[in-house]
Design a protein around this ligand. Structure first.
Ligand SMILES: Nc1ncnc2c1ncn2[C@@H]1O[C@H](COP(=O)(O)OP(=O)(O)O)[C@@H](O)[C@H]1O
Ligand SMILES: [Mg+2]
Length: 363
């Protein structure tokens, strides 16, 4: 009898495990709806590998906080929103913070915590003030553990751009403390932060407080699926791919600009503050870099220029080796000069490179 009981339990465990493996869950996963353009929502598309990785984190917990870096608009926020759904379905108490979207949710089912958050939220008006509430995330997680919650997910998105690099690193350290030295025991903790703010990466990496992962624009097939979801007449997929390199935010921009690539290029020149003085100061290096971004990898490449390009979200500097465990979702190719991707340095998208190219010609 006992033997049979054990056997059933083992079988049950095995079945549960199988049911929770990425593929099966992925196929029945409820896909979140994401705003794509005014009055157009799309379903979360592709990112199959990324979704599988989220399931793995959910199954085991993250040993370190995972910090995801990637080009602006590549799809980090969308993946995290999908991750929140997955984690909730897997019985996690999710704490979600995003100052850019002014969202702070704590599904921890503790009335006092909920009330404290609401009280704080009442007092803020700007994104910067909102961002200052970030430390509450740690407090809420500690509180949830005290209340006996066993599975906790802390998801922090788009917060680092409002903080100094040291502060961002300290936050990650705070997340690590909860994982490593919790006041109460727990079953699993998943902690993930995402940002396009490239400079903090080196500060966080230096202390080894996090597992730093890179994320790239969408792979070609998945991006085509997204392209197919856009209604109305549009240029060929090849053209759109060559311009965006799979960046969904730029796909949205192009769609909203009625596919006028020049309009988007000029928007980028203005948004990125690419001024005549910037261009004339760095002309020689920039001319080389638009041809091959890896020319900025040369030992004598000026660090000042590199930092400016990182800060303006024009390049990704020091691209991770293309090993699966260093990336979220599919890594980019080793090198693809047509898309502006070098082995070590890449333009965030071909349109970002185009903005510099155009400025070099016109200014
Ligand atoms: N997997 C996806 N499926 C559908 N749309 C997406 C996906 N990823 C990104 N998008 C679209 O691209 C836009 C920008 O993506 P977002 O996740 O905000 O990028 P990031 O956070 O990296 O800047 C989103 O608002 C959404 O419209
Ligand atoms: Mg984002």
């Amino acid at each position: 009898m006992l033997g049979k009981h054990l056997y059933t339990e083992k079988l049950l465990e095995e079945l549960l495990h199988r049911a929770s493996t990425a593929h099966e869950c992925g196929s029945v996963m409820k896909r979140v709806k994401i705003p794509f353009a005014p009055s157009l929502e799309v379903e979360f598309t592709d990112r199959e590998k990324g979704v599988e990785q989220v399931f793995e984190w959910a199954e085991k917990g993250t040993g370190f906080p995972v910090v995801i870096y990637g080009p602006e608009g590549c799809g980090k926020t969308s993946l995290l929103l999908q991750a929140v759904e997955i984690l909730k379905e897997m019985n996690y108490n999710v704490i979600y913070f995003n100052p850019l979207r002014r969202r702070f949710e704590a599904e921890v089912g503790i009335e006092s915590v909920r009330q404290a958050i609401l009280d704080h939220l009442k007092q803020v008006s700007t994104e910067h003030e909102f961002a200052k509430l970030i430390w509450l995330v740690i407090d809420v997680a500690v509180e949830a553990l005290k209340h006996g919650k066993k599975r906790i997910a802390i998801i922090v998105d788009d917060a680092f751009q409002f903080m100094g690099v040291k502060e961002a690193a300290a936050l990650v350290k705070g997340m690590l403390e909860i994982i490593e030295h919790p006041e109460e025991s727990y079953e699993r903790i998943v902690a993930v932060a995402a940002t396009s703010e490239g400079l903090s990466r080196f500060e966080i990496g230096r202390h080894r407080w996090a597992e730093i992962r890179a994320m790239w624009n969408m792979p070609r097939e998945g991006f085509e699926e997204l392209y197919n979801r856009i209604p109305g007449p549009k240029p060929s997929f090849d053209d759109v791919w060559r311009l965006t390199g799979g960046n969904p935010a730029l796909l949205s921009r192009l769609y909203q600009a009625r596919w006028d690539a020049n309009a988007v290029i000029h928007l980028l020149i203005e948004d990125k503050g690419i001024s005549p003085s910037f261009i004339s100061k760095w002309r020689k290096w920039l001319e080389e870099a638009v041809r091959d971004p890896d020319t900025l990898w040369a030992p004598d490449a000026p660090q000042e220029l590199i930092n400016e390009l990182i800060e303006r979200n024009l390049i990704v500097y020091i691209m991770h080796r293309r090993l699966e465990y260093r990336w979220v979702d599919t890594p980019p190719p080793e090198k693809d000069l047509e898309l502006g991707i070098g082995r070590h340095i890449a333009w965030q998208t071909p349109l970002h490179r185009e903005a510099i190219k155009r400025a070099l010609q016109e200014l």
